[in-house]
Design a protein around this ligand. Structure first.
Ligand SMILES: C[S@@+](CC[C@H](N)C(=O)[O-])C[C@H]1O[C@@H](n2cnc3c(N)ncnc32)[C@H](O)[C@@H]1O
Length: 269
């Protein structure tokens, strides 16, 4: 956890998804939420960071409670919440996805957009899913963000990181075990994390009681395009890119090429 805290204390998380190709992650995640969330209700955003998804969801009328392990992110989310006084977050607190301070059967949806790749042991990830299951109402849904096992390799070729010894030194371990590490602490190489094979996520959530509903690629293959920004900044091409990603988002043979996946599960009604 020290490595993870040191990484997030660099303070880069708040604006991570607002510029450049990372904006694709945010736009696609919001689009998926838009299509799969119920129209209203209570959402627990666990690992919600500085509130990048919680704040617009509160503005859209959901009752959103944010939990995060990092006090810095919680403080940033609180500050941003005060800037939308008509639609504030319902609550913001420091907490761990493995044991959350919410009542049983109290949420319509739980977002786990962060804890599952930072909990490097399977039993901890299953425990986080069990907590999500406990706090969800019958029929409620969990949205689980994970990082693909193959993301480092694709990024490594696309941006030539494979030629950097610091990157290449850990790549084989990441690919074979899912255990990603960044001993040189280069910010671009992320931090301590577990990178899932797509099929592992349904198994982990099912062990906690969920019924698997969908596994969706977030950025799909578009992130690997070295000329992505030319297309993204052109309004017509942006629409085209988003259409292609939606058409292919659930293709089981392709989704591992997307850096982020969202896996959806439901608690039986
Ligand atoms: C990359 S950020 C993602 C933030 C935001 N949810 C998003 O999708 O952009 C990962 C977040 O997960 C949080 N986190 C990691 N492990 C956690 C845990 N066990 N419980 C709660 N939050 C956790 C981190 O503090 C960090 O804010």
């Amino acid at each position: 956890m020290d490595e993870i805290a040191a990484y997030y204390n660099l303070g880069k998380e708040q604006n991570r998804l607002t510029t450049g190709a990372s904006e694709l992650e945010q736009v696609r995640t919001r689009d998926i939420l838009n299509r799969y969330l119920p129209n209203k209700g209570v959402i627990y955003d666990i690992g919600g960071g500085a509130g990048i998804y919680a704040l617009p969801l509160a503005k859209a009328g959901y009752q959103v409670h944010l939990v995060d392990l990092m006090p810095l992110h919680v403080q940033q989310a609180e500050e941003s919440s005060t800037k939308q006084p008509d639609f504030p977050l319902a609550s913001v607190r420091v907490g761990d996805a493995r044991h959350v301070d919410f009542a049983d059967n109290s949420a319509d949806a739980v977002l786990l957009f962060g804890p599952l790749y930072h909990l490097t042991e399977r039993e901890d990830r299953v425990q986080a899913f069990k907590e999500a299951y406990r706090v969800l109402k019958p029929g409620g849904q969990v949205f689980a963000a994970t990082i693909s096992r193959f993301a480092s390799m694709i990024d490594g070729f696309g941006r030539n990181f494979v030629l950097d010894d610091d990157f290449a030194g850990t790549l084989k371990q990441t690919l074979t075990t899912g255990q990603h590490r960044n001993p040189s602490r280069k910010p671009g190489y992320f931090t301590t994390a577990y990178f899932h094979k797509p099929e592992e996520v349904p198994a982990e959530m099912e062990e906690a009681g969920f019924t698997w509903k969908a596994s969706l690629a977030v950025e799909g293959v578009a992130w690997a395009d070295n000329d992505f920004m030319t297309k993204w900044e052109n309004p017509q091409l942006r629409v085209f890119v988003l259409e292609l990603l939606q058409i292919t988002e659930a293709e089981a043979t392709l989704i591992g090429a997307s850096p982020h996946l969202i896996t959806i599960g439901s608690k039986s009604a």
